[in-house]
Design a protein around this ligand. Sequence first.
Ligand code: SF4
Length: 300
Amino acid sequence: MLTPSQLRCLSKIPTINITSGCFHNCIYCYTKGYSQYPGDGKVILFANTAEKLSEELAKKRKKPQAVYFCPSCDPFQPIPKILDQTYKTMETLLKGGIGVQFVTKAIVPANFITLFARYSNLVCAQVGLTCVDDNIRKIFEPRTANVSEKLSVLQKLVEIGITTGARADPLVYGVMDSDKSLSDLFSAISEAGVKESAISYLFLRPAIRKSLERNIKDEQLLCKLLKPYSEGTTLPIGMKNSQGIALPSQMREEAFERIRNIASDFDVSIHICGCKNSDITTESCHITRPAHRPQAELFT
Ligand code: SF4
């Protein structure tokens, strides 16, 4: 159950996938290029994850400090059987004193909030939010929670004392990053009580490009989105032997500087994803964190 991820940023702690495929079907999803991707519209639930995990933990002499959910899907996909398995699996870990870390674009249901409140020093979260315009969100993430639901998740996680950040990744150049869009985004994040956000721009791989071309019906929008990549740069994307096309370096550097300045107006600090921007930074986007914060840190 506990497998190391090939992604550099996830290499420090073991990871668990609850499903193969993801109900959210974000059109930019990087897993579309994976050999194990089951195809759009298909989700395979690993229904005995919690049970297998218990068996595996019982055999381990050294238990992991924390586990990350999920490198290839969203742990809170709004399907009862998936949520049930995620709950049992996370509960098993937390009861055993093992941290739970996750990124989500979904509603985190009330029973999870109650569970996390009991183990708040063991839980770290990021909520994916790239813009506060639901019409734009729906183009790229047709099935994720809407903007106000995501903001409410952020607020609830902060209220129960969890280390919580936003994740504005992938931003789409020229579509989500006007000064006004970014001000609205960081203002909303800050109002939810969150003071940091990971950021990165969309990168293209063949499967992602095909998905964008297939799903974006507005030709002008598609052209606008793809154009800057014609002068883009090929970069490793934090995974062994894997590359993608990123926006030109100078374009990203200037944009990140502008984003940092806008976010600071709202007291939000920015962490660039170094895995997808290795030509310009070694920063960490804090997708995972050191496990086991002392309880006192909750109040700093
Ligand atoms: S939520 Fe994450 S894993 Fe699921 S489709 Fe969207 S990008 Fe992919």
